[in-house]
Ligand binder design. Structure first.
Ligand SMILES: [Zn+2]
Length: 448
């Protein structure tokens, strides 16, 4: 059976991920993501109203025109988890394919939100929920399987397309976490089985975000312990404490909520995306938030919550807000600029449970946001965080578990692929033979 892999998006950047695998007459698409930095760089761009081709020209969504060179029918579109760089282009591209969108439950809820807020295209693809550990047939001879992985959002999976020539494992966005918060450890046992059963693994597409970084990525439980230590150290402080983190990182948000309560403060979630992700997780019964946890997204309700905090005393609350990257319109940045009713006073504590995404725009914005907070006397606690992506030892561990015939680095650019290529070469892979460095818009032929 002919097997081809089209590297469509996310092979020259982190963002707008999209990869397609053709096995005989059947094609499966993994991820359709948005490159948010290409959107934010323009003022006032409303992607909801924009046409796909304009967004492709901006570099914001994958250029999927290469799909017409794949001689097969798309049978499934599979977003691996709910981050925007993996689901953000579904509302712009999915309607062009007559295929269901297949995703894990939490991811599928977020996909529904994306589709509902779309104003240009009517996306009518069937939405199919599939849990980790489950499979579905693809055409007559292939099968799609979801393997549970751990990442900085719940319900992440690595999809595996089982073909008569071996398995194609799409390995994007995970760390090997054996003690995560809110969910099961990564299913390494299943990866080892897949590496050894049948024809083994034909190809592994690897997440190279942290390529070149030594050692292994720490567990979410490590970030949780550090947060616990930090927040408990503030127990006797009688002023304001504010925390920020990735809104989509529901495990992290739930840890902050728990520790706020432990030091006798009422946690409140503020900001549109805080309300969205945590609200979705709560409605689905995926988190155990305290009864009456305040979650406010709209400007007016947020300001009302801030006023209540100021009236009842800042020392009784711990607002958890958006703005960990210093995004200009996010809540923490507005607080820094003095645009909210919340007064930051000398000695108040601001916890960044996030690392700056190393990219000039983010670095500049985060610097500005921190400066604004500092000018009012705030104390900054930063980097209370672990990455969602594996480092070198994780890469070795995956190669060892899967023993793939071919390896394809993804989720970054050539510079990072080079770092990963060095590692893969030390395991016996050779560029051009079984180690494939690819740009956006290429097709790699694995089996003719
Ligand atoms: Zn991700």
């Amino acid at each position: 059976m002919e097997i081809e892999i089209a590297t469509i998006g996310g092979y020259e950047e982190v963002g707008r991920q999209m990869t397609a695998v053709r096995a005989g007459d059947d094609v499966v698409v993994f991820d359709m993501g948005l490159n948010l930095s290409q959107v934010l760089i323009h003022d006032n761009v409303e992607t909801e109203r924009m046409h796909s081709l304009d967004l492709i020209d901006m570099g914001a969504i994958p250029d999927d025109r290469v799909m017409s060179d794949l001689e097969g029918d798309v049978q499934a579109i599979v977003p691996t988890h709910g981050h925007l760089d993996h689901i953000g282009a579904l509302s712009k591209l999915a309607h062009r394919y007559n295929a269901p969108i297949v995703a894990s439950p939490f991811t599928l809820e977020l996909v529904k939100d994306e589709i509902e807020s779309e104003q240009k295209f009517g996306v009518e693809n069937d939405l199919v929920e599939m849990e980790a550990g489950e499979t579905m047939p693809i055409g007559e001879r292939c099968e799609l399987e979801f393997v549970h992985v751990t990442h900085s959002i719940i319900d992440a999976i690595n999809p595996v397309l089982h073909t008569p020539e071996g398995a194609v494992v799409y390995g994007l966005d995970k760390r090997l976490d054996h003690d995560p918060v809110l969910e099961d450890p990564i299913d390494m046992k299943r990866f080892r089985e897949i590496g050894r059963e049948g024809e083994g693994v034909l190809a592994y597409i690897e997440d190279t975000t942290n390529a070149g970084r030594k050692g292994r990525t720490a567990s979410e439980s490590v970030a949780r312990r550090e947060l616990q230590d930090t927040i408990h150290s503030m127990e006797d402080y009688d002023g304001g404490i504010v925390a920020t983190t990735f809104s989509s990182h529901v495990s992290r948000v739930s840890s902050i909520i728990e520790f706020a309560q432990e030091i006798g403060r009422e946690p409140i979630l503020l900001g549109r995306s805080m309300e969205r992700y945590s609200g979705t997780a709560e409605r689905m019964g995926r988190v155990n938030f305290p009864d009456n946890l305040g979650m406010f997204g709209h400007r007016k309700s947020v300001d009302r919550a801030f006023k209540r905090i100021m009236n009842e005393g800042k020392e009784n609350f711990l607002p958890i807000v958006t703005g960990h990257q210093g995004e200009p319109r996010a809540m923490l940045t507005r607080m820094g600029r003095g645009e909210t009713p919340y007064d930051i006073e000398s000695g108040d504590k601001v916890i960044f449970s996030a690392r700056v995404i190393p990219e000039p725009t983010n670095e500049g914005q985060r610097y500005q946001s921190e400066q604004l907070l500092r000018m009012q006397g705030a104390r900054i606690y930063d980097d209370i965080h672990v990455s969602g992506h594996l480092r070198e030892e994780g890469h070795y561990e995956m190669l060892n578990a899967l023993q793939p015939q071919h390896v394809i680095p993804a989720h970054h650019d050539l510079e990072h692929f080079g770092k990963y290529a060095k590692l893969a070469k030390s395991e016996g892979y050779e560029i051009g033979r079984d180690l494939h460095l690819s740009d956006n818009g290429n097709i790699i032929q694995l089996v003719e």
